[in-house]
Write a protein that binds this ligand. Structure first.
Ligand code: SAH
Length: 259
């Protein structure tokens, strides 16, 4: 019986996969990837005789069966997921039958598209005094969500929001944020295909104009929405300097200057 690994492929750029992930891809006897988002270039790490399949047209049962079957034949089986496997993947659903069959399961983290989007835009998601909290969420749609996690309830905190799986309904997102107290002029960043070589696009706007911009640019899928009081802070030097670099703030290896 082999071991099945849920591996983060990163956000798309072939060099944003972890070293650990590339080692597992190279030693894997079988790899199941999600063709829609994972860059095929990442599969170049696989050995020539590796059994590689795309799960795009498989349902959950077919994926489960595939993993169980390959685990019976190979020492290392990889289920490759975009970004980080713990976010909006289906690890629990896929691991359950493996657990039940006594097959060992492992996980390798990946660079999430939320992080890749912040990097593409050159933005900090936390800044002293502005916000120290980041929420990863999505607009509820067919997937049901606990009521206390409605976008309106979360947005009311005024902290940073990274919105996955929501670009198709960006108009609705902007409406809800305004109802939750955000200004029409609040900054918003949309990153399409963050980190994908030659395909990444960063759109900067406000809650008022972002839906229109996305329409103009034809951005309807594979995009991360960032909303935060920190956006654009690089152009506002008067705003919050981190205490970490404040001369009066004692740190472990550096006494405060007045000490
Ligand atoms: N586990 C993944 C998220 C999967 S859900 C992660 O950690 O990134 C799929 C959603 O992720 C998409 O709807 C989109 O909102 C976002 N996404 C994935 N890859 C992206 C990329 N390269 N750029 C921007 N958004 C991306």
């Amino acid at each position: 019986m082999g071991k099945v690994w849920f591996v983060g492929a990163g956000p798309g750029a072939p060099d944003l996969i972890t070293v650990r992930a590339t080692r597992l891809l190279a030693e894997a006897g079988a790899i199941l990837y999600t063709g829609s988002l994972v860059a095929e270039t990442v599969l170049e790490w696989a050995s020539p005789e590796c059994d590689i399949a795309d799960s795009k047209s498989m349902d959950l049962d077919a994926v489960r069966t595939w993993l169980l079957d390959r685990a019976a034949r190979h020492a290392t089986v990889v289920r490759l997921q975009t970004g980080d496997p713990s976010l909006y993947g289906v690890v629990a659903e896929l691991a359950r039958p493996l657990d039940a069959a006594g097959i060992e399961v492992g996980m390798v983290p990946g660079v999430s598209s939320a992080m890749a989007a912040a990097a593409a835009a050159g933005e900090s998601l936390t800044l002293p005094e502005l916000t120290q909290t980041v929420i990863f969420t999505r607009l509820a749609e067919r997937t049901s969500m606990p009521e206390r996690e409605s976008l309106a309830a979360l947005a009311a905190h005024g902290c940073t929001l990274c919105l996955f799986l929501s670009i198709e309904r960006i108009e609705r997102v902007c409406e809800i944020l305004q109802q939750a107290g955000w200004s029409r002029e609040a900054p918003m960043v949309v990153v399409h295909k963050a980190s994908w070589p030659g395909e990444e696009r960063v759109l900067r706007g406000t809650l008022a104009d972002m839906p229109e911009r996305c329409r103009e640019q034809g951005i309807e899928r594979q995009a991360m929405i960032l909303v935060s009081p920190t956006l654009g802070a690089r152009a506002r030097p008067e705003q919050s300097t981190s205490k970490l670099y404040d001369a009066a703030f004692p740190r472990r290896f550096r006494p405060a200057s007045d000490a």
